[in-house]
Design a protein around this ligand. Structure first.
Ligand SMILES: Cc1cc2nc3c(=O)[nH]c(=O)nc-3n(C[C@H](O)[C@H](O)[C@H](O)COP(=O)(O)OP(=O)(O)OC[C@H]3O[C@@H](n4cnc5c(N)ncnc54)[C@H](O)[C@@H]3O)c2cc1C
Length: 468
C-alpha cells in the first residue's frame, strides 16, 4: 500500500498545520506517526508528562475521524525501516527543525524514503525575516521591526475525514506503543489548549503590561508549553491579537495586546537565531563569550538547584520549578542572574537544569534567554545589569504570597522581614519558628559583595581582551 507519513515531532495538532497540509496534498492515505526514540526521550524530564498527554489527545482526535496515531518506542531509523518493509512510503513529511540534533535525524532518513520538511514552528520561516542585505538579524528590535511589517500568512485549511489510514492498518510493529511510564496518561488536546488561550485573550491580556512581572499574581497566559508542543498555532494566535488591536481603542488594553505580541516575537527571534547561527559561539555577542572565567562550585550549584540559597525569592522559584515544571518569567530572569552573576557559575549549568525541569523547555527559547541573562548573547542584558534579589522580591512579590506558598519554613515570618530573613534578630527568629542556618539557610553570598566580584571578573575578561 502506498502512503504518505506525517511524522510528528513538534506540532501536535490537526488544525492550521502546514505540515499536515503538505502531507495531505499528495492525495494518498496519510499515516500519522509519533516516535519516542529512547536516545532522545527522557522519562525523567518534566515536559515528558505533558508530551505524553498531548500525544494521547491527538490520538483521540484521530480516532474521532476513524484513524489513529501510530506511536512507537524505538529508534527513529528502526521504525522507518520496519514501516518501509511493509508499506510503500511515497514521502515522509515533517516539521523543519532549528536544532542541529533535529537536522541530524532528518539526514538519517533520506536513504529510507523521500523526506519533506515544512517550517511550522514559528509564524515565518527563520530565513524570511532578514536584513535588507539578506543576512540574519542579531538584535531583537531590528528583527521585530521587520517582522511586524510582513504579511501574515493565511490559515491553512483542508478536509480531514477519509484522508488518513484507517485505525486498523495492516502494520505489525514489534515495539511498544508507549515508552515505559508509570500510571494512566490522561489526554490533553489542542481544543483544551485553545480554551486556555481564549480565556487569557478575553481577560488578563488587557492588563498584561502592568501585571506580567508580578510574580505573586501569576497572570500571564501559561501558553508556553502549548506553543512548545505546537498545540497552538502561532499564526492563528498572532491573527487574534492583531484583531484585538484593530477592534479596540482603549490605550491601556492595546498596550497589553502589543506587549504580549512582542513576547511572541521574542519566541520567533530566538528560533531565528538558532536557525541562522548554528553553534552556540556564533550566537555570542563577540568572542568574549568564551573568555569568561566562570567559577566552579558543586555545593553552590546544588544550593541553587535545590532552592537553598538563603534568598527567599530565588528559593521559592527554584522549588516551584522542581515541583511543577513552571516558573514565571520575572523569576526566571532573577534566578538566572543570581546563578551567573552573584554565584558566577557557568550559564550552561542553568540552561541544562531548566531544560530538564521546565514543562515548556525549548532549545531555542531557553538557550537564547540564558545567553541573554549571562550577558553574552547577540542581544543580551549588559554584564553590569545585575538583578538585586531583594529589591526584585519586594517589588514583584510585595506581600510575599509567592514566597510563602513555596517556602513553608517562612510561613510565619512577617512581610517586613521575609525578603531578607537573615536580618531578623534571634527573638524574632524564635518567635517565627525560623532559625536562620537551621530552619532556613543563611545567604550563600551577600549580594553586594557578589555584585562587586562579578563586575571585577567581567572587567578582568575585558582587560584580557585588550592584552590579546
Ligand atoms: C532563563 C530563561 C529561560 C527560559 N526558558 C524558556 C523555555 O525553555 N521555553 C520557553 O517557552 N520560554 C522560556 N523562557 C521565556 C519565558 O520565561 C516563558 O516563555 C514564559 O515565562 C512562559 O510563560 P507564559 O506562557 O505565561 O508567557 P506569556 O508572558 O504569556 O508570553 C506569551 C508567550 O510568548 C513567548 N515568550 C514570552 N517570553 C519569552 C521570552 N523571553 N523568550 C521567548 N519566548 C517568550 C512564550 O511562548 C509565551 O508562552 C525563558 C526565560 C528565561 C529568562
Amino acid at each position: 500500500m502506498s502512503v504518505v507519513i506525517w511524522w510528528i515531532r513538534r506540532i501536535i495538532r490537526l488544525d492550521d498545520n502546514p505540515v499536515l497540509k503538505a502531507a495531505l496534498e499528495r492525495g494518498l492515505p496519510v499515516l500519522p506517526v509519533y516516535i519516542f526514540d529512547p536516545d532522545l526521550f527522557k522519562v525523567d524530564m518534566r515536559r515528558t508528562d505533558f508530551l505524553l498527554r498531548a500525544v494521547r489527545g491527538l490520538d483521540e482526535e484521530l480516532h474521532a475521524i476513524g484513524s489513529a496515531l501510530l506511536t512507537m518506542y524505538a529508534s527513529i531509523e528502526d521504525v522507518f525501516n520496519l514501516l518501509s518493509a511493509q508499506l510503500n512510503i511515497v514521502q515522509i513529511v515533517t516539521e523543519q527543525e532549528v536544532t542541529l540534533l533535529g537536522k541530524t535525524y532528518e539526514k538519517k532518513l533520506v536513504s529510507i524514503a523521500p523526506l519533506k520538511t515544512i517550517q511550522a514552528v514559528t509564524v515565518y520561516n527563520p530565513d524570511q525575516v532578514r536584513k535588507p542585505d539578506g543576512s540574519p538579524y542579531r538584535k531583537y528590535t531590528a528583527y521585530r521591526n521587520t517582522w511586524i511589517k510582513l504579511d501574515l500568512p493565511d490559515e491553512v485549511s483542508y478536509q480531514l475525514s477519509g484522508k488518513f489510514l484507517p485505525n486498523t492498518p495492516a502494520i505489525t510493529m514489534p515495539f511498544p506503543s508507549f515508552p515505559p511510564v508509570k500510571g494512566v496518561i490522561d489526554s490533553f488536546s489542542s481544543k483544551n489548549a485553545q480554551n486556555i488561550l481564549d480565556s487569557f485573550l478575553s481577560g488578563a491580556i488587557k492588563d498584561y503590561e502592568n501585571l506580567r512581572n508580578r510574580i505573586d499574581l501569576d497572570d500571564t497566559s501559561h501558553c508556553s508549553h502549548l506553543f512548545r508542543f505546537g498545540l497552538l498555532s502561532p499564526r492563528k494566535t498572532v491573527k487574534c491579537v492583531q484583531n484585538l488591536l484593530l477592534e479596540n481603542n482603549n490605550p491601556k488594553e492595546c498596550s497589553g495586546y502589543q506587549t504580549w505580541l512582542n513576547e511572541l516575537i521574542w519566541r520567533e527571534f530566538f528560533n531565528h537565531l538558532m536557525d541562522s547561527y548554528k553553534s552556540s559561539e556564533e550566537r555570542f555577542a563577540n568572542k568574549d563569550g568564551s573568555n569568561v572565567q566562570w567559577r566552579e562550585s558543586r555545593s553552590e550549584l546544588n544550593a541553587w538547584q535545590d532552592g537553598m540559597t538563603g534568598y527567599p525569592l530565588i528559593d521559592a522559584a527554584m522549588r516551584q520549578l522542581r515541583q511543577t515544571g513552571w516558573m514565571p518569567n520575572r523569576a526566571r530572569m532573577v534566578v538566572a542572574s543570581f546563578l551567573v552573576k552573584d554565584l558566577f557559575l557557568w550559564w550552561h549549568h542553568g540552561e541544562r537544569w531548566f531544560m530538564k525541569h521546565l514543562a515548556d523547555g525549548d532549545p531555542a527559547a531557553n538557550h537564547g534567554n540564558w545567553q541573554w541573562a549571562a550577558g553574552i548573547g547577540t542581544d543580551a542584558a549588559p554584564f553590569f545589569r545585575i538583578f538585586n534579589p531583594i529589591t526584585q522580591s519586594k517589588k514583584y512579590d510585595p506581600q510575599a504570597n509567592y514566597i510563602r506558598s513555596w517556602l513553608p519554613e517562612l510561613a510565619k515570618v512577617k512581610t517586613v522581614s521575609i525578603h531578607e530573613p537573615w536580618k531578623m534578630d534571634i527573638q524574632e527568629q524564635i518567635h517565627t519558628h525560623c532559625r536562620i542556618g537551621k530552619a532556613y539557610p543563611a545567604p550563600l553570598v551577600m549580594h553586594e559583595t557578589a555584585r562587586i566580584r562579578a563586575l571585577e571578573l567581567f572587567r578582568k575578561r575585558d582587560r584580557g581582551r585588550r592584552d590579546d
